[in-house]
Write a protein of this length. Structure first.
Length: 303
């Protein structure tokens, strides 16, 4: 099972460490945070003890209204399960009693200035991405008009050069050479870089270029949802299918199926333009439009 440490939350989420600075190596394995409201009242039947516990104003205000003996009972009953950490939102104060129990049980207590709802959404998003099943593949990932595309093909076929042409047309690079894929849900595949190659594009005969330094910030983005898998192959005579609408094909990564298209290369062929057309055509299909269906209807109307 994939895991991260509490330490990995601190900088990305701008968290303040109140207690447990020496316990930040505690492991997080669950991708959803939990608010222990019912647990503070004594109901533990469905307490997800492996989840990060977030304490909003409701939880803290409830504890503030309890007597010292009641607080000791409620907090003690929760901390004895040793969740990975507690995070208090909205920069709430008056936490000495909570800090005492966290110190005793060696559980990190963190704090954020953000309101509870906004922070929970950000935390869940971070945990889902950080704990998502992942794999690395050889290829290029680009974002074309807001549509994430994975470019694959044999080494030297022209993937990076095609990506460069797309960047010059105003589209964005996500990753070159090594593409990191993450499965966020049964239907969502995220493409990103491995940090080492961030912003770099390798062009044969030229070498490495930094697309941000050359073309500006608009030429790069950190991640994109991948919805098309395009394979670049060498031209083969009589191998192309010229039907009005090709039979749908799919690729599968981490059990997520995405449409697969093969584009054959030939000198003078506008491959970048074909990729733009494929992206726009995919978008229209999501809106319920099919050019082939409209064409067939026109033929029927003429008969």
């Amino acid at each position: 099972m994939k895991s991260i440490t509490v330490q990995s939350l601190i900088e990305p989420l701008n968290l303040e460490v109140l207690t447990g600075a020496d316990q930040l190596d505690r492991i997080i394995t669950r991708s959803r945070a939990h608010r222990p409201g019912l647990e503070f009242t004594g109901y533990f039947d469905f307490f997800p003890i492996e989840h990060v516990q977030v304490l909003g104003k409701k939880e803290i205000n409830y504890l503030h209204t309890r007597s010292e003996a009641e607080r000791s009972l409620h907090i003690g009953n929760v901390v004895k399960y040793h969740p990975p950490c507690f995070i208090v939102t909205s920069n709430q104060e008056g936490l000495k009693y909570l800090m005492k129990y966290c110190e005793q049980e060696k559980i990190p207590l963190l704090r954020t200035a953000e309101p509870t709802v906004e922070f929970m959404a950000k935390l869940d998003s971070f945990l889902i991405k950080a704990l998502a099943p992942s794999m690395a593949i050889h290829g290029v990932c680009v974002n074309v008009s807001g549509i994430g595309i994975l470019l694959r093909g044999k080494s030297g076929v022209g993937k990076s050069e095609t990506a460069h042409t797309l960047i010059r047309r105003g589209h964005r690079l996500v990753a070159d050479d090594v593409v990191l894929l993450k499965r966020l849900s049964p239907h969502t595949l995220l493409g990103t870089h491995n940090h080492t190659t961030r912003e770099f594009l390798a062009l044969r005969s030229i070498g490495l270029i930094n697309v941000v330094r050359i073309y500006g910030r608009k030429a790069f983005q950190d991640e994109t949802r991948i919805v098309l898998d395009i394979e670049l192959t060498q031209w083969q005579d009589k191998a192309l299918n010229n039907e009005l609408e090709l039979e749908p094909k799919f690729s599968e990564y981490l059990d997520v199926r995405i449409p697969h298209i093969e584009i054959q290369l030939q000198p003078g062929r506008d491959v970048a333009g074909l990729i733009e057309a494929a992206a726009n055509n995919w978008y229209l299909k999501q809106q319920g439009y099919s050019a082939a269906e409209e064409f067939m209807k026109r033929l029927e109307n003429e008969c």
